[in-house]
Design a protein around this ligand. Structure first.
Ligand code: 5AD
Ligand code: SF4
Length: 446
């Protein structure tokens, strides 16, 4: 391989979830090893990579819009390279290039370590290159890739790839393959290195972190991983994303409660309030089980911020079932709920179900869910007024240098006037004085 790109610049646009953000950091690592430097703007780039998401139709549409933009850039400068990475790359493979020849290469999520090879092959043959096999043997190669991390304080740590759950609406198992975990020593090693480099907060990433390690079939599990990371000095907070109510065990909750580092935030997607819908979604738990789990979390870690995901307008959803979701929100009082309109995904069972819901009904139900949840989110935040929280400082707000912001262990964002010399990454105390639906405001205290 003989590629050298010193003096040239790269631009990566990331869509979708944190796993993609993390992959982008490793794609950046590969490009920098070739000599590319980061570009501030797409217009200045010699290579553009779109790291795509296919979870919902609107995520895909954004990418098509961006490809159009890069096409114009390439009309001015035909030497610019365009690569498509991420879930759309995996899903569409050769079809993407057939439809849009402006794309130079397609690189699936399991091929990030092949990026240099892809670029050199493109140089050599001067035509399109496609690498998009779902080869889960490559998870180890992935973990050895250098990451160009945006932050010096917060780091993503992928602990597994893929998903075996096959929820009937979800495209992830088809584009990310089966669950494949990194070993505990491998993850431990990366977290230890991050601690030595000064990182304070890590987020363990997986489509379903609660099934971490089960693929080894030797008893390894997420609880064991959590326990093993507890002795790493320097790391103050361990976050994790996302959980699955079917695989989360009471022992894992115990491991979190015992840990000195695991945050008091749990993102636990319930998806729907109706057992009939959960069955059709193939979620593998009931509302009763979900409530029991949540009660245990709240008993063991009373101050935990709980957030969730919901899908509205899934095929066959009746008005009564929709009301069950509204009732669940009232019963469980999540701190926030990310609500998505069901988007049919090609090749998934739900896309073939007959009783699809019309758009107007989906939008109305979305609005009703948001109206209920926004009041609950505000009420949860109002309970924080007058209390003091430890906050890791993230920096000035976009609006003004005078106001800075940071996050609590529960992942709540608090904005406060910067009163004395503080730096990004400092852990400070902030007393909350104002609550809004999405943010809190407060003052620094000693
Ligand atoms: N349509 C709408 N929302 C979806 N999600 C996953 N697949 C779909 C789909 N086809 C949502 C789920 C999941 C979140 C990441 O995206 O709520 O938890
Ligand atoms: Fe998709 Fe379900 Fe897997 Fe989550 S658990 S990634 S929703 S299949």
């Amino acid at each position: 391989m003989n590629v050298e790109r010193r003096g040239q610049k790269y631009f990566i646009e990331t869509y979708g979830c944190q796993m993609n953000e993390s992959d982008t950091e490793r794609i950046g690592g590969q490009l920098e090893e070739l000599g590319y430097a980061p570009a501030d703007d797409l217009q200045d780039a010699d290579i553009v990579i779109l790291n795509t998401c296919s979870i919902r139709q609107n995520a895909e549409e954004k990418v098509y819009g961006k490809i159009g933009e890069v096409k114009k850039l390439k009309e001015r400068n035909p030497k610019v390279l365009l690569g498509i990475a991420g879930c759309m790359a995996q899903e569409n493979k050769n079809k993407l290039i057939q439809r849009m020849p402006v794309i130079d290469f397609v690189i699936g999520p399991y091929h990030i370590h092949d990026l240099k090879d892809i670029i050199s092959r493109h140089d050599a043959v001067g035509s399109h290159v496609v690498m998009a096999e779902l080869n889960s043997q490559r998870v180890q190669d992935y973990s050895e890739l250098r990451a160009v991390r945006k932050s010096k304080i917060f780091a993503w740590v992928p602990i597994m790839q893929g998903c075996n759950k096959y929820c009937t609406y979800c495209i992830v198992p088809y584009v990310r393959g089966k669950e494949t975990s990194r070993t505990i020593p491998d993850v431990y090693g990366e977290v230890k290195r991050l601690a030595e480099e000064g990182y304070k907060e890590i987020t363990l990433l997986g489509q379903n972190v609660n099934s971490y390690g089960l693929d080894f079939r030797d008893g390894t599990n997420f609880g064991e991983l959590i326990r093993s990371l507890d002795d790493i000095e320097g790391i103050e907070r361990i976050r994790y994303m996302s959980s699955h109510p079917r695989d989360m065990t009471f022992d894992m909750v115990d491991a979190m409660a015992e840990s000195s580092k695991v945050v008091r935030h749990m993102h636990l997607p319930v998806q729907h309030g109706s057992n009939a819908m959960l069955r059709r979604m193939n979620r593998g738990y009931t509302i009763e089980h979900f409530k029991e789990l949540l009660a245990y979390v709240r008993e063991k870690m009373p101050d935990t911020v709980i957030t969730t995901d919901l899908i509205t307008g899934f095929p066959g959803e009746t008005e009564e079932m929709h009301k069950e979701t509204l009732q669940l929100l009232e019963d469980l009082r999540f701190d926030s709920a990310y609500t998505f309109i069901y988007s049919p995904r090609r090749g998934t069972p739900a896309a073939r179900m007959e009783d699809q819901i019309d758009d107007a009904t989906k939008h109305r139900r979305l609005q009703e869910i948001m109206d209920v949840e926004n009041d609950i989110s505000l009420a949860c935040n109002q309970q924080m007024v007058g209390k003091t929280y430890m906050v890791i400082v993230e920096g000035p707000t976009k609006q003004t240098e005078d106001n800075w912001f940071g996050r609590t262990s529960g992942n709540k964002m608090i904005i406060f006037p910067k009163e004395k010399n503080i730096a990004i990454g400092d852990t400070i105390c902030v007393k909350v004085d104002t609550a809004q639906t999405w943010i809190l405001k407060g003052q620094m205290v000693e």
